[in-house]
Design a protein around this ligand. Structure first.
Ligand SMILES: [Zn+2]
Ligand SMILES: [Zn+2]
Length: 73
């Protein structure tokens, strides 16, 4: 068994690049499947619960960019 290239000791999530905290609610992006702290993306827990799909700010801006770059038709 080979040891993989050194990885970060704790997996980091979100825009803030912080590890998971048990007391911080998170939401997963439907596009990139990354996890984000609700407060970092400006969502309340109630809002997050009512969402069926969540798209993070990163993917949202990428989509907008792609859409704008792509010639229509
Ligand atoms: Zn965060
Ligand atoms: Zn995303």
């Amino acid at each position: 068994m080979t040891v993989p290239v050194r990885r970060a000791q704790a997996e980091l999530f979100c825009l803030c690049q912080q590890p998971y905290h048990a007391d911080t609610a998170m939401v997963s992006c439907d596009a990139c499947e990354e996890w984000f702290h609700l407060r970092c993306v400006g969502l309340s827990q109630a809002a997050a619960k009512s969402l069926r799909k969540y798209t993070c700010p990163v993917c949202a801006s990428l989509r907008v960019r792609l859409f704008n770059l792509k010639p229509h038709g």
